[in-house]
Design a protein around this ligand. Structure first.
Ligand SMILES: Cc1cc2nc3c(=O)[nH]c(=O)nc-3n(C[C@H](O)[C@H](O)[C@H](O)COP(=O)(O)O)c2cc1C
Length: 149
């Protein structure tokens, strides 16, 4: 199964750690949106899309890039790291855009990631140490389940 993981991780590199753990299981490449050859997406069986969460959704860099994609009848998965303890509806915007492009979202993963944005900085940040070893193991288990289909 040819898999590509597209990831934007710019706050602390939290989401990249999750992407790398999944990529090792799926034998996938991890790329930033700017480094993806969009035509080559046609050769993928599965495409992962992930970033940190900003203002309740995936990073705008990822959302805007998805808007530029052609229609793709492919399987996809969505992942994120976030400061908040609960996932809430953070994935809704990205999932909606992927589905508009014809992609079928077959799985979702999210965990906390060290967050020092804004007022959080004043208290030394939240979710320090995340993603942790358990988060990485959970990401691997998620990827194994994707592999099995
Ligand atoms: C500008 C900005 C806005 C953020 N907004 C949210 C938010 O709305 N909800 C949340 O749970 N975390 C929020 N965070 C925390 C990040 O989602 C979290 O630290 C994430 O793990 C960062 O991922 P990265 O290191 O891969 O970029 C925000 C962080 C930044 C820098």
């Amino acid at each position: 199964m040819k898999t590509l993981i597209v990831c934007v991780s710019q706050h602390h590199g939290n989401t990249k750690k999750i992407a790398d753990a999944m990529a090792a299981v799926l034998d996938a490449e991890v790329r930033r949106p700017d480094d993806v050859n969009v035509e080559a997406l046609a050769e993928c069986d599965l495409i992962g899309f992930g970033s940190g969460i900003a203002f309740g959704k995936h990073y705008q860099r990822l959302l805007s890039w998805v808007e530029t994609l052609p229609g793709l009848d492919k399987k996809a998965f969505v992942f994120s790291t976030r400061g908040a303890s609960r996932q809430g509806s953070h994935h809704r915007a990205l999932k909606g855009k992927l589905e508009e492009k014809g992609l079928t979202v077959v799985g979702e993963f999210s965990c906390q990631g060290f967050d020092t944005y804004g007022l959080m900085k004043l208290v030394g940040g939240i979710a320090r140490g995340r993603p942790n070893e358990q988060d990485l193991r959970n990401a691997e288990e998620f990827a194994k389940a994707l592999e099995k289909g």
